[in-house]
Design a protein around this ligand. Structure first.
Ligand SMILES: [Zn+2]
Length: 315
């Protein structure tokens, strides 16, 4: 079956396969999961499945499937707005008008929204959600489904992507990175939280950590408060979308160190240093501080305030 190219997530794939075989496609899908969890892969396969000319959907062999996979199907439209953080409401309205134009050649007309929608955009979408044309299918992708309006989320069939089992993830990585040694594969798998896309990114970047992550590790290992201040003060001027990923890296390093201390998994060299220098209780305290800080940063607390707070709370 065509969903196989999405790894793991067996239950979800089975359920989808069953409903699509009976041609019971929903009009609205919400594909949720962290970065690198396979949202784009699933969106593509699902679009192929609803257009597929065979019953074993997606067959990935018929003309429609092939066009969708090659991104050349005229009735499979991706709505993106590269100039804005969220999709401009005008683009949502355009899609809303366009949906009432019959499909060119497909069985359905599919709109994929890979980018987050703001409140206004979601409200514009709601109008179609109330009364979609028979052939219309909308696929929303989201890292943060809880940020969607409840009225939008409740109308969607949610497909929530899960982390991959370690063995599945590692064998996939082995195939893609035949040169990498077992330790780097295991460390990338552990740091990725079980998400293939993230693990690949870690391996592609050669597991290099930012200067800040290296400086943080050194200062935290040596209980060097001044060193910590020296890392955090320049970060106070950073933009949110620069600071949050950096703090997430620190968080995943600490989590990796904690897991490594329990003897469960391989770890990157930085995480090993942390595990050697600090007790599990200390790592847990730092993890909790970072988790709170990241949550605040994702809310409305300024980056400067968060970095200031971490200077004394990460001891
Ligand atoms: Zn097909």
């Amino acid at each position: 079956m065509g969903f196989e190219s999405l790894l793991g997530n067996e239950r979800l794939k089975e359920n989808l396969q069953m409903s699509l075989q009976k041609d019971h496609a929903s009009h609205f899908y919400l594909i949720s999961g962290p970065a690198g969890s396979g949202k784009h892969t699933l969106a593509r396969l699902l679009s192929a499945a609803v257009q597929c000319e065979n019953t074993n959907r997606p067959c990935l062999r018929c003309n429609s499937c092939r066009k969708v996979m090659a991104n050349t199907h005229p009735d499979c439209i991706t709505v993106i707005d590269p100039d804005h953080k969220t999709v401009a409401v005008k683009l949502v309205r355009d899609a809303r008008a366009d949906i009432y134009v019959m499909p060119n050649e497909g069985r359905r007309k599919v709109y994929i929204f890979p980018q987050e929608l703001g409140v206004e955009g979601q409200n514009a979408l709601l109008k179609i959600l109330e009364e979609p044309p028979q052939y219309g299918v909308f696929i929303l992708l989201s890292d943060n489904p809880e940020k969607l309006l409840p009225t939008v989320r409740s109308r969607c069939t949610e497909l929530s992507l899960q982390a991959l089992p370690d063995s599945v993830l590692r064998s996939a990585l082995q195939k893609d990175f035949p040169q990498a040694d077992a330790d780097s594969l295991a460390a990338a798998a552990a740091r990725s939280g079980g998400y293939l896309g993230q693990a690949k990114q870690i391996l592609e970047s050669g597991s290099t950590f930012s200067q800040q992550a290296q400086d943080f590790t050194r200062a935290f290992c040596q209980r060097d408060s001044l060193g910590l201040v020296q890392v955090l003060v320049p970060m106070e001027k950073w933009k949110r979308d620069q600071a949050i990923p950096e703090l997430q890296t620190w968080l995943s390093l600490l989590q990796e160190a904690l897991i490594f201390r329990s003897g469960m998994q391989a770890a990157s060299p930085l995480a090993r240093q942390l595990a050697a220098a600090r007790s599990s209780a200390e790592l847990m305290a730092a993890i909790s501080q970072l988790q709170k800080s990241i949550e605040y940063a994702q809310g409305n607390v300024s980056v400067a305030a968060i970095c200031g707070h971490l200077q004394w709370s990460l001891r």
